[in-house]
Ligand binder design. Structure first.
Ligand code: BDR
Ligand code: CA
Length: 307
């Protein structure tokens, strides 16, 4: 039996989900399953993209479609960043892998009974919240849970200024998960911006002749145009940063606070509120917020994943 930890990835690919999953592939960790959620674009696209990603694995893990929609309402998707098909409208061939029959939330629960899991969530938390509703004991069978989401300094990246996309897309799901899951490791948008490589570096990595680099180059053209307009020389890579923390927790510095998600319908919907003072009286589980990482090593792992 393999001594490597077993990872389950919940994702809405998305070009940065793609690079994150290539990092998990490069690390040769044991990915035992992938559940897919609607988010960056619709589930029909994110599921197809997840299948394209597992096609790149020597032993493709099973892929399960999950929730297409957030619990209530939802934000506009992020097709303007990732392309209408989530992969830069690069006209990729159809995937060889096919979807499993089970729902992603149920498949995650089932897998957790077969072996202790480590969970990496790269999209809105809809599938995870549903799994928690179906089986509240799920956290007891998960060793680590790394979440890309939130903006712990209140500076988000959506039409609601304080909301980060993954949390803002489904605040009710996120609120449920944060209030019931002990020990979440949170990789947020503010850290993503601080750890962002330069556009020139990223283009340099993408110019490698290796097939994976060329594949990533093809799906990132649209995002590059978006980034060049807005991000002033940096290119923020949220999901790869979460993958890096998943793989190298020893390279991360954590701070421990309680976090709540605003679910009101007003101007702060989807904001992650951090109790740094500690006098709220909140009883929610502590969240391990990643406050710093080894940025050079992160960039090196991004680069190597394409080779
Ligand atoms: C997150 O939102 C999505 O657009 C990205 O894939 C990432 O998971 C960043 O806010
Ligand atoms: Ca994502």
């Amino acid at each position: 039996m393999s001594a490597k930890p077993h990872w389950w990835i919940d994702t809405d690919p998305g070009v940065d989900d793609a690079w994150a999953i290539l990092m998990m592939r490069a690390a040769e960790v044991n990915v035992v399953g992938v559940s897919v959620v609607g988010g960056n674009v619709g589930l029909e696209h994110t599921a197809r993209n997840a299948l394209r990603l597992v096609d790149l694995f020597a032993a493709p893990p099973p892929v399960f479609a999950g929730c297409a929609k957030p619990m209530i309402g939802g934000l506009p998707d992020a097709a303007f960043v990732h392309g209408a098909d989530g992969f830069g409208d690069a006209l990729l061939p159809p995937p060889a892998a096919t979807l499993q029959q089970a729902h992603g939330a149920q498949a995650l629960i089932d897998a957790s009974f077969r072996q202790p899991l480590n969970l990496l969530a790269l999209g809105p938390l809809t599938n995870i919240a549903l799994a928690l509703m179906l089986d509240p004991t799920l956290p007891s069978r998960c060793e680590r849970f790394v979440v890309m989401g939130g903006a712990v300094n209140g500076q988000g990246n959506t039409a609601i200024p304080s909301a980060e996309f993954n949390i803002g897309f489904d605040p009710e799901a996120a609120a449920m998960v944060f209030s019931r899951w002990p020990g979440i490791e949170l990789v947020d948008w503010s850290l993503t911006l601080r750890a962002a490589p330069g556009v020139r570096d990223v283009l340099n990595w993408l110019s490698a002749s290796a097939p994976l680099a060329r594949w990533m180059r093809a799906i990132t053209h649209k995002t590059e145009a978006f980034v060049r307009e807005r991000e002033a020389g940096q290119w923020a890579w949220a999901d790869p940063l979460a993958a890096f923390v998943a793989l190298h927790p020893d390279c991360a510095r954590y701070e421990h606070f309680r976090v709540r998600v605003e679910c009101g319908l007003g101007a702060a919907r989807g904001q992650t509120i951090v109790d740094r003072v500690g006098i709220s009286g909140w009883q929610d589980p502590m969240v391990s917020i990643v406050a710093g990482i080894d940025t050079s090593l992160f960039h090196e792992h991004m680069r190597q994943a394409l080779l």
